[in-house]
Design a binder for this molecule. Structure first.
Ligand code: ZN
Length: 252
């Protein structure tokens, strides 16, 4: 198990006070026992596989290109290592799952997961994305719409209109298990948001539930030789570090 990180993620680029450097800095301290790999920026070619040139220019104009491309590069490294049978967790920011090809919102600029998936597609044809963030990953869904070889599951969400099932932790866990039914996949990518946490906006999952979710994904990923990676999306409570650690305990 490797952690993908860079000290550069600790820069304060001030998009919104909730999406602050401590979101990665504190988990990085908590995870010191693991080996860290340095995130490198994604290339423009990697980004253009997913995003329109105008959108890329817009991110540059906002002064966020450096931060956003570094996060996307971290996701790419996580996916590539997973293909080499090394499970990974990319401790990256800004998050990405609300970014679609030509638009971004919700603290996201480039879709880190989609950029990573498109980069590894030649080697991994069928990809299962499990998005455990509280919010519906509308950007990722829109990018892969019509692509029958990428399946995306957002447990807890009914649809893009942000209706949520009134789930308890067990119901949520069942939906994570259901994600693995009826689809053969070559790799599993997890959009790992932690805002469904009981003390965060979602108010459902406890810290130990993230270990169980990590373990469910670990177990089902054995169907594709254990090829699995996770990248950080949301999660805004100060306990984020413990929730990430708990997820990794199950996932590794
Ligand atoms: Zn979220």
């Amino acid at each position: 198990m490797k952690i993908i990180y860079s000290k550069k993620f600790e820069q304060n680029y001030c998009t919104n006070p909730v999406e602050n450097p401590d979101r990665v800095k504190l988990p990085a301290q908590e995870l010191q026992a693991f080996e860290f790999l340095e995130s490198e920026p994604a290339s423009l070619e990697d980004i253009w596989r997913v995003h329109g040139k105008e959108h890329v220019e817009n991110v540059k104009y906002q002064g966020l290109f450096e931060a956003a491309s570094l996060a996307a590069g971290g996701a790419i490294l996580a996916a590539e290592k997973a293909l080499e049978d090394e499970p990974t967790f990319a401790l990256i920011r800004p998050p990405g799952h609300h970014a679609s090809a030509n638009r971004s919102w919700g603290l996201c600029f480039f879709n880190n997961m989609a950029i990573a998936v498109q980069r590894i597609r030649p080697k991994a044809k069928r990809v299962l994305i499990v998005d455990i963030d509280l919010h519906f990953g509308d950007g990722t869904v829109s990018i892969f719409r019509g692509d029958s070889e990428v399946k995306i599951i957002n447990p807890g969400c009914i649809d893009a209109d942000f209706e949520y099932l009134n789930l308890n932790a067990n119901g949520y866990m069942k939906q994570v298990e259901n994600a693995f039914k009826g689809f053969d996949f070559d790799i599993v990518g997890v959009s790992a948001g932690f805002d469904t946490y009981i003390e965060d906006w979602g108010k459902v999952l406890k810290t130990e539930d993230y270990r169980k979710i990590g373990r469910i994904i670990h177990d089902f990923s054995q169907r594709c030789g254990g090829k699995r990676f996770a990248i950080l999306e949301g999660g805004y409570n100060q306990d984020l570090r413990y929730n990430i650690e708990s997820f990794i305990e199950g996932f590794e």
